[in-house]
Ligand binder design. Structure first.
Ligand code: F6P
Length: 404
């Protein structure tokens, strides 16, 4: 057992659902072991500046009871500051002085891949710390808190947009966060019964998307007794063309982690569809048949992009994330107390604390393309010609892996 009497809690990177449950899980588990926990505010920026703070907030029973686990965001605050990038040769000494000043013996740090790489770095410099996986992008090896909340919000927002899409017979393109992977667009899109889901793992063939849209949308409007129809596309911000180029807007710049800010995928998809609608002779006939045509005014169906942006990681956390957050926070305290530094808590299954070296846990996990082929057979377009769904059977023996 490591001799830890006071734990510093850090949340870093982009905020998301479930983080307040992580904080509560840490503080309550620590309290049950007779250990104190305190907030180091504003991510790694706060860790770097700790030595200059007058005070830190003690997560005692009273303070913790004021934190609402079901609210997204983090009571500990965030920044996208990465310690390795701070331009100060004495930064590690400064951090150690801050920790000494407040008698902090170990850190529980919740964040994604960039945050995790700092956990590995700090541990190698004899700063005891462990990692709680957090990112709405779900691109870590294990489940990360925030993913389920984001998926549910994407799904609800996309479903909600259907009413306005239907009223105006519009084709709607909803661009969602997720950076270089499509987990949240994929699951959120399926949850909303989107017609088309575009993810970075599948280079987009816009002719395929257009054909699917045209057939589905036109049939829908024509079948409707009031000539109403919409077509919904969920697009991940990190999609690529068939040539492998990412479709972001260069003018968006980079964030403090040094990553390109992704923006513009939805606009690009809209432009691709509009171009094809304008050049397709069937479209005018369709507009006339369905009574939508108005010369000089309404020649093609409208395509609109909607970008919910930070809304997909704000507001309410899902119940799953609250539950996972509590478990992961508590599990991380146990890892830290046991001296298992530079590890990521993967889950707590009953009385088993599952963990993995952080160096491994932060390796990027993409959507398994095999998972989308079934949905392609059910009619969802993923921006490519669907391959044959080759399947096999496997009888499960022994205990079945847990889902929740
Ligand atoms: O990494 C989480 C994430 O929400 C990404 O999906 C998105 O690209 C990015 O953060 C947005 O970051 P910021 O809040 O810094 O604009």
């Amino acid at each position: 057992m490591a001799s830890i009497k006071r734990i510093g809690v850090i949340t870093s990177g982009g905020d998301c659902g479930g983080l307040n449950a992580v904080i509560k899980g840490i503080s309550r588990k620590a309290y049950s072991l007779g250990v104190e926990s305190v907030v180091i505010p504003n991510g790694y920026a706060g860790l770097y500046n700790l030595v200059d703070l007058d005070d830190v907030v003690l997560l005692n029973a009273e303070r913790v009871s004021k934190i609402e686990a079901s609210l997204a965001g983090s009571e500990a605050g965030h920044s996208r500051v990465k310690i390795t990038k701070i331009d100060d040769p004495n930064k590690y000494e400064r951090i150690k002085r801050g920790l000494d000043k407040f008698n902090i013996d170990g850190l529980v740090i919740s964040g994604g891949d960039d945050t995790g790489s700092v956990v590995v770095d700090l541990a190698s410099r004899n700063i005891p710390c462990v990692h709680v996986p957090k990112t709405m992008d779900l691109d870590l090896q294990s489940y990360s808190v925030g993913g389920d909340s984001a998926i549910n919000r994407i799904s609800v927002m996309t479903r909600d947009l259907r009413t306005t899409g239907l009223s105006h017979n519009r084709i709607l393109v909803i661009e969602v966060f997720g950076r270089y992977v499509g987990h949240t667009a994929f699951r959120g899109g399926i949850g909303a019964e989107a017609d088309c889901i575009l993810i970075p793992e599948v280079p987009v063939d816009f002719d395929v998307v257009y054909e699917h849209m045209k057939t589905t949308y036109m049939a829908r409007v024509e079948r409707s007794d009031v000539k109403a129809g919409t077509y919904i596309i969920v697009v991940s911000e990190g999609i690529k063309t068939s040539g492998g180029e990412m479709l972001y807007d260069e003018s968006a710049g980079v964030d403090a982690f040094g990553h390109k800010k992704l923006a513009g995928a939805g606009k690009y998809v809209r432009q691709q569809l509009e171009k094809r609608l304008k050049n397709d002779p069937d479209v005018e006939k369709f507009m006339k048949r369905t009574g939508m045509y108005a010369p000089g005014v309404y020649l093609i169906p409208e395509v609109r992009e909607v970008t919910p942006g930070h809304l997909v990681r704000s507001g309410q956390s899902s119940a799953f994330d609250v539950s996972f957050g509590y478990k992961a926070g508590a599990g991380a305290v146990l890892l830290l107390m046991e001296g298992k530094f530079a590890n990521t808590v993967v889950n707590v299954e009953g009385t088993k604390i599952l963990y993995q070296p952080t160096e491994e846990a932060i390796k990027r996990r993409e959507v398994d393309i095999e998972e989308i082929t079934l949905f392609e057979t059910l009619g969802t377009c993923f921006g490519r010609k669907p391959p044959k769904f080759e399947y096999e059977f496997e009888e499960m023996k022994g205990p079945i892996p847990r889902h929740v």
